[in-house]
Design a protein around this ligand. Structure first.
Ligand SMILES: [Zn+2]
Length: 77
């Protein structure tokens, strides 16, 4: 992500804006998939944990990610 806005507070801390993402929970092992690649493969792909193909009955939800200091997520990319 290179187009996201970064906020800098008066005390110097850096924050990202809140964002949301889809999460799919595997019915076989309960693994929660939230990577872009895996979500995009749903429902044609398979669970990266137990290698079961998605059945279409997985619980799919949207997780809201709250703002957090840039220092925590800075190395994730
Ligand atoms: Zn699984």
């Amino acid at each position: 992500m290179s187009d996201e806005t970064i906020f800098t507070m008066d005390d110097g801390s850096v924050w990202r804006p809140a964002s949301s993402r889809d999460v799919v929970s595997c019915t076989s092992c309960g693994n929660e998939v939230d990577t872009i690649e895996e979500i995009n493969s749903y429902p044609d792909g398979f669970c990266p944990m137990c290698n079961s193909t998605w059945t279409g009955a997985e619980k799919r939800s949207t997780m809201v990610q709250v703002t957090m200091p840039e220092s925590i997520t800075g190395g994730a990319a």
